[in-house]
Design a protein around this ligand. Structure first.
Ligand code: 9MR
Length: 553
């Protein structure tokens, strides 16, 4: 393929907060300036375009229009001579509140074991699915105390994604990310009402929602030894039916080191967050901490038990044979929770860099918690080192953004399965580093650029969040959205996004382009680019709240 000049102006379809960086990517035409007009077509700003440059992931020649200096709320359009498209956008004080609430409510819509009633779910009301009170111990998980076929009960939790299974590895990072969002922006979340069944119970709704999954996770620990089952699953993926129509047998499969450590870290973090809600949930925080310690001890005694898919199970793997990062995250969280220096020593901080979090690479979740709880650490902690890890990673993202024709830190290698979640996890790191040093506005701006990318400033023209933006996915790979008979998909879900990791799912010719950043299709068959997943929505929750809160007036 050769470099092309697009025809559309791309920008964040949800608009901007008044004080935000505001950038549009415009076609690389001859014009050297742009203008912004208000709702009555009066020009309110004109500015210079950057020189044309090519963005390699899409081989597109584009220019940048930066109108950050426009700070008055209102509705506007961008005009560029030689471009027919006139992109509309709004500047608003509450630009990201609605998408943040929807991204959180999406977790409620994916709850297992609960009937969604119209008062909470509106037109998406549905019967309960997967009670998960009769779950069999699979042969791979059999022990003396719990032989194969033993029945356990592990209800609640969120469906992982478009499928109806529940996976501990992915639940760990997801649950933690929501807790981190709350820890970073507590005042914002304390006033939010999601209209979920628990709303109004004097616990913030983000914590009400997260507890639905934590209660399931707690039931995934074998009380006899502290080990944690890797997943609760049917043998295969169900058809595209509503949750209550999938009545296949459910199993818990193999205890693994990675799942047990992710569980330990998540429970230790949860114990500190829910400690502030002891009167509403007596004993919960202590129960979480005990569960965390028992899990960590199991992992130390079983340090290399990797997930190996049994021959009769076909659902998601989440296999990971490098658990150094899981050990580090578990140690970091248990250190913060217990103040026991031996966990800090086990973390071995000098040997551990920060990287972009993902389900299989979780060490930076430990850095995030350490950075956030600096004031509460013992003398053993090297606070300068902790801050420098996130700062160094944020700085590399800023330099990628500065070298990018799209003014975004995404490069070809970032378009793996779930690329939009990679973008949101990069933005989360940037917002963490920004909070450690608020003179570094470039971190906030680089996070804004990644958020813009996901909400429309990208070569597909889609805002990737269902129901948000003027062009958003209609055919996500999500069983309830496909089977509910309602045209619009369940709102608030982040589609996986462009990738070449699996174009065989709909057939390569269904995809609009072999260029990686354009390889996205809004078809139900595209589980590689158009599925949704809890670990993709969680950093969207973090970042949308963070930008709403941190973009100073
Ligand atoms: O998000 C996962 C991605 O990183 C992997 O490349 C992919 C293939 O193993 O699996 C993704 O996770 C899926 C999981 O296995 C099952 N539920 C749906 C998840 C999202 O596609």
């Amino acid at each position: 393929p050769t470099t092309t000049v697009p025809t559309k102006i791309r920008l964040n379809q949800l608009g901007f907060l008044p004080a935000a960086q505001k950038i549009a990517v415009v076609p690389g035409v001859a014009a050297t300036s742009f203008s912004i007009v208000d709702a009555s077509n009066t020009e309110v700003l004109s500015g210079s375009l950057s020189a044309a440059a090519t963005w390699e992931p899409a081989l597109e020649s584009v220019k940048i229009a930066d109108f950050s200096s426009l700070t008055k709320t209102g509705n506007y359009k961008i005009r560029v001579t030689g471009v027919d498209d006139q992109a509309a956008f709004a500047i608003s004080e509450t630009a990201y509140g609605p998408v943040n609430a929807a991204a959180l409510k999406a977790f409620y819509f994916n709850r297992a074991s609960l009937a969604l009633v119209a008062a909470n779910a509106g037109q998406y009301a549905r019967a309960a699915g997967h009670a998960d009170n009769i779950v069999k111990i699979h042969a791979s998980a059999a022990s003396t105390a719990r032989p194969e076929g033993t029945i356990i009960s592990a209800p609640k939790g969120w469906y992982d994604a478009g499928d109806y299974n529940k996976y501990i590895v992915n639940s760990g990072i997801t649950t933690y990310t929501l807790l981190a969002a709350f820890e970073n922006f507590p005042d914002y979340f304390k006033t939010q009402n999601l209209n979920i069944p628990e709303s109004g119970n004097s616990v913030p709704d983000i914590l009400n929602e997260t507890l639905w999954n934590i209660e399931w996770m707690l039931a995934m620990q074998d009380p006899n030894d502290g080990g944690v089952y890797h997943k609760l699953t049917s043998k295969g993926f169900s058809g595209f039916v509503m949750p209550d129509q999938d009545t296949s047998e459910r199993f818990v499969v193999q205890k693994t080191t990675a799942a047990t450590l992710d569980f330990a870290a998540t429970m230790a973090a949860a114990s500190r967050v829910y400690a502030n809600y002891e009167s509403q949930h007596p004993g919960l925080s202590a129960k979480m901490l005990t569960a965390a310690k028992n899990a960590y001890a199991w992992a130390k005694a079983n340090p290399a038990i990797y997930y190996s898919q049994p021959s009769d199970i076909q659902t998601g793997g989440y296999g990971d044979e490098n658990v150094k990062d899981e050990f580090a995250w578990g140690a970091a969280e248990l250190y913060i929770a217990t103040k026991d220096d031996s966990y800090y020593t086990a973390l071995n901080p000098a040997s551990l860099d920060a990287n972009i979090p993902s389900w299989g690479s979780v060490q930076s979740l430990g850095w995030i918690s350490l950075a956030h709880n600096l004031d509460k650490l013992t003398a053993a902690a090297d606070k300068t080192l902790i801050k420098s890890k996130l700062d160094a990673l944020a700085a590399t993202l800023v330099s990628k953004k500065q070298n990018s024709a799209f003014s975004v830190s995404l490069e070809k290698g970032d378009f793996f399965w779930g690329s939009n979640s990679g973008a949101m996890n990069q933005a989360m790191i940037l917002l963490e580093a920004y909070q450690l040093d608020k003179t570094k506005h470039q971190y906030l701006e680089a996070a804004q650029s990644l958020f813009d990318y996901v909400l429309g400033r990208n070569p597909t023209d889609y805002s990737f969040v269902t129901g948000y933006g003027n062009k958003s996915p209609m055919h996500i790979h999500h069983r309830p959205s496909a089977a509910d008979g309602i045209e619009a998909p369940v709102p608030g879900f982040l589609a996986g996004g462009a990738t070449l990791d699996g174009t065989y799912d709909c057939g390569a010719s269904t995809y609009p382009s072999p260029l990686i950043a354009k390889s996205y299709v809004d078809n139900e068959c595209s589980y590689s680019s158009n599925e949704i997943a809890i670990n993709w929505n969680a950093p969207l929750v973090y970042v949308s709240a963070g930008l709403q809160v941190l973009t100073a007036k």
